[in-house]
Design a protein around this ligand. Structure first.
Ligand code: HEM
Ligand code: NAG
Ligand code: NAG
Length: 509
């Protein structure tokens, strides 16, 4: 037999055999073609900031489950409600891990523990359960109502002062300041003065905004340490500054608590601070207590998770109320019919129990979280084993990203998705409420869904409803003439307004 004949036949057979096996071999979700090492050429042509826009375009071509290759890493993107529900709720135990902490934190001398990067396991469970039960549980959230009243009075008087000295007020700074006062009080159990708050704020914002600049260090930590010496120094500087600001606050809270125990004073339950719950924690895997650096990590996570997201959301809500005066007017009427007019009222502010009773208020908040979610993606998830989704296989240890903003704008689920229309969230029958946890069905997920869902969800909603209700009850918000409210987005740590909201605010009395 001719040699060439043998070769052709064996090639044919092997092709047949491999295509036969391919029928059964499950594939990665589709995506743009990639080169080994370099990854998708797309990343070479576009900066990462355009990621979201590109993903939307790719979604129309490849469908709602896609693979992107960056370097040697495979990233999976999930862009549909039903697939997100299947992943996060139905296969929750497989989809709840996180990618291993960035390599920089391994090279740093003192690694820190934070909940959001801790792998799915006993340490994560302990830290998260402690935070949820001790601080973020609905009953506990109620116990901070005095703190909220204090912060509201701080915010109101700042707004009154600002509206006296300038005809239009830029709001985001005031919102951020207020949220730092509140979260710092919950974290350290102390009402801090302006100097202290400003110091925390600048150290935390320095930390958040620098995250991007340090990305290059995360890609090649050891090499980066040599090549980007200055940036590396800067990273250490940011962390030192954080410790300089936070450690004294943590220590003074711990001392005050010990003092009370020595004097046999009752612990004041009403002012349970996050630091109190960290002192006696015992890490299950390392079998040790938390070090100072861990406490700084956890407190910093608590402050950041609770301030930036909430003040961003508050700004988006108020921007829509300024832009659409008829919605603001309707909200004001609904508030007045629930608690009365501010003129001649006995009360100085609206309590959160009252805010709870105003369906239109809840609807405004939810609509803003749909239309402008502060986080356009969830934090990256990682799967712990090979798992089939929609006929494709997501390989073990792949990183999975969820397209939050895209889901809120899906015309298959939301009528006129670009419209700001709170009415869509009004209950059609009494007692009915929108399920934002998505446990039965996901229509949007500004807080995520499943086991890694934002544990601060209840607190965040209480904060937003409480501040919006009081800000609208106390002030009329008027657009600045010749300066239309611009809803263009910009990616910072969260997705913020590119042109921060400015408005004229006049006290109603
Ligand atoms: C409007 C306000 C907020 C929004 C939109 C928001 C959104 C989110 C999102 C999208 C995640 C990621 C979920 C995932 O990866 O699956 C998350 C995680 C987290 N959030 Fe929030 N959040 C808000 C407020 C808060 C507050 C007030 C706190 C606490 C003080 C908080 C604490 C956390 C923590 C600790 C995690 C990590 C959870 C984990 O990995 O297990 N958040 N949040
Ligand atoms: C703020 O509080 C700190 C610590 O209690 C104190 O040292 C500082 O003088 C205070 N600053 C102002 C402006 O009151
Ligand atoms: C949280 O930790 C404290 C120790 O700091 C412990 O006493 C408490 O029982 C824990 N709470 C929960 C709900 O695990």
């Amino acid at each position: 037999m001719e040699v060439w004949f043998v070769i052709v036949v064996s090639l044919c057979i092997s092709a047949l055999v491999s295509s036969f096996f391919n029928l059964f071999k499950k594939n990665l979700p589709p995506g743009p073609s990639s080169l080994p090492l370099i990854g998708n050429l797309i990343w070479l042509r576009h900066p990462i900031s355009e990621l979201e826009f590109i993903l939307r375009r790719l979604k129309t071509r490849y469908g709602p489950l896609m693979t992107m290759t960056i370097g040697s890493r495979k990233l999976i993107f999930v862009g549909s409600h039903s697939l997100a529900h299947r992943a996060l709720i139905q296969h929750g135990s497989i989809f709840s891990d996180r990618p291993s902490p960035s390599a920089t934190s391994k090279v740093l001398k003192r690694p820190r523990i934070v909940i959001n990067t801790t792998p799915y396991g006993p340490t994560w469970r302990l830290l998260r359960r402690n935070l949820t039960h001790e601080i973020l549980h609905p009953a506990r959230v109620k116990s901070y109502s005095r703190s909220r009243q204090w912060v509201l009075s701080v915010l109101t008087s700042r707004l009154v002062d600002a509206s006296k000295s300038e005809s239009c007020v830029t709001l985001i700074g005031h919102f951020q300041y207020a949220m730092f006062c509140l979260l710092a009080l919950m974290c350290f159990g102390e009402k801090l003065n302006e100097t202290q708050i400003k110091e925390i704020e600048s150290s935390q914002r320095g930390f958040l905004l620098s995250l991007r600049r340090f990305e290059v260090l995360h890609l090649w930590p050891r090499l980066g340490k040599i090549l980007f010496r200055n940036r590396w120094k800067e990273l250490l500087q940011v962390r030192l500054e954080e410790e300089r600001v936070l450690i004294p606050l943590i220590r003074s809270r711990i001392q005050a608590k010990q003092q009370r125990i020595c004097n046999h004073q009752e612990d004041d339950e009403a002012v349970r601070a996050y630091v109190d719950t960290l002192v006696d924690l015992q890490l299950p895997q390392e079998n040790r207590k938390l070090a100072d650096s861990d406490m700084v990590g956890l407190c910093s996570e608590f402050l950041n998770a609770g301030t930036d997201t909430t003040s961003t959301a508050l700004q988006w809500i108020m921007a829509n109320l300024v832009k659409y005066p008829h919605i603001q007017a309707k909200l004001y009427e609904e508030i007045v019919s629930a608690v009365g007019s501010p003129k001649g009222s006995q009360r100085e502010m609206i309590e959160e129990e009252d805010a709870q009773k105003i369906p239109y208020l809840k609807a405004v908040v939810l609509e803003a979280l749909r239309r402008h979610p502060p986080a356009h993606f969830l934090l990256p998830h990682r799967v712990t084993e090979d798992i089939e989704l929609d006929g494709y296989v997501i390989p073990r240890e792949a990183t999975v990203n969820f397209m939050v903003a895209d889901m809120g704008l899906d015309p298959k689920v939301w009528e006129d998705p670009m419209e700001f229309n709170p009415e869509r969230f009004l209950p059609t029958s009494p007692g009915e409420a929108f399920d934002i946890t998505g446990s039965r069905e996901i229509k949007m997920m500004p807080f995520g869904a499943g086991r890694r869902i934002c544990p601060g969800l209840t607190l965040a909603l209480v904060h937003l409803e409480y501040f919006v209700a009081n800000l609208i009850w106390n002030f009329e918000w008027i657009p600045v003439e010749g300066d239309e409210v611009d809803l263009t987005e910009k990616q910072e740590f969260t997705t913020v307004m590119k042109n921060p909201l400015r408005a004229r605010i006049t006290p109603r009395i």
